[in-house]
Design a protein around this ligand. Sequence first.
Ligand code: ZN
Length: 399
Amino acid sequence: MEFVLTGATLIDGTGADPIEASAVYVKDGKIEWVGSASDLPEEASNAPQEDISGKTLMPGLIDAHIHVCYNGEESVFVLLEKDRDDLLLEAVHTVGKILSHGVTTVRDIGGEKYIEMSLRKAINAGWIKGPRMKTSGRVIAMTGGHAHFIAREADGPDEVRKAAREQIKAGADTIKLMATGGSATPGQDIMAAQFTVDEMKAAVDAAHAMGRTVAAHCHGTGGIKNCMLAGVDSIEHGTYLDEETANMMVENGASLVLTLGVGNPDLESHPLTPVQQADAKRRKPMIEKGVVQIRKTIDLARSKGIFLGCGTDAGGNPLAPHRHSMAREVELLVANGIPEIEAITIATSHNAKILKWDHEIGTVEAGKLADLLVIDGDPLADITTLRNVVSVYKGGEKV
Ligand SMILES: [Zn+2]
């Protein structure tokens, strides 16, 4: 199977200037050649051509922080009452929707009953439609820690090590640790550190020994510092980054995965259910403070050169539904002072790197898998056009 998409403005995900009137030659699911349409090589001339002039062609978006097993509309306590079949069938619908919104890869960073592992198997086998997936299995928290109601609770280095190995055994690519309190857990202080350095180090050693990464939920500065001392690979949220912890992140080569949508939920564009209204009311002071704080963190992180990724945290609480949440995430990066081209780079090639998948996805370059997104409009002029999805290709297949 081969084809050529011609005429579009190409944003390749590397951060390079766009190519006007581009051509992308796709063969057997991979990108064979990319360039200016006028330079299309001889070998591609017999392939069927589709003229997509006036559109923007870019890599499929990558969501580096999502929870596909939860719908992001109901209370987690309601979701936990449901049986696995019901959750799984709804999640099948969710992953199809995520893909149709132009997100061709996700990293599930906290699953439920290993439903995410079943979904990944079904997607890879072609039984259902959905994005490529990396998974973390169950989150690991200290006893009573953040999201303890869904977590594998573990205390002390030996038990945390074992908990990490359990997730790897179940199929995890990444280990997710809870390093501070979180706003989704009622009654918690988001500034308070949770796991000790030694506990996290045990998980990091176990994960790295088996070629896995470690991602840690962090808001407060103390938790970020503990993570850097333990060698954690990515800080998720990272709300209260300061000068010292920023320097430690640069020194460690750690990434910061921003989750702006969940810290600034979209309360206007759709009617809220009573559950959502109650959650919005409970979290209002934390959210208002967080929105101001995160701008400072983003400016600091960029000035220090911290490697940035992004994720929606969709599914993570009742105010984080799976809608155009990744497009909105990129809009919020731009609203926080990040230029459009850089925001797209973060949501594509940077996230690919954080997922350790950059050898195959994240950019429109020869040799990569043909995960492509066709947008009606120019996202560099108006970032909200990322919601205007015309078509999505995953491995060269139109979905
Ligand atoms: Zn999350």
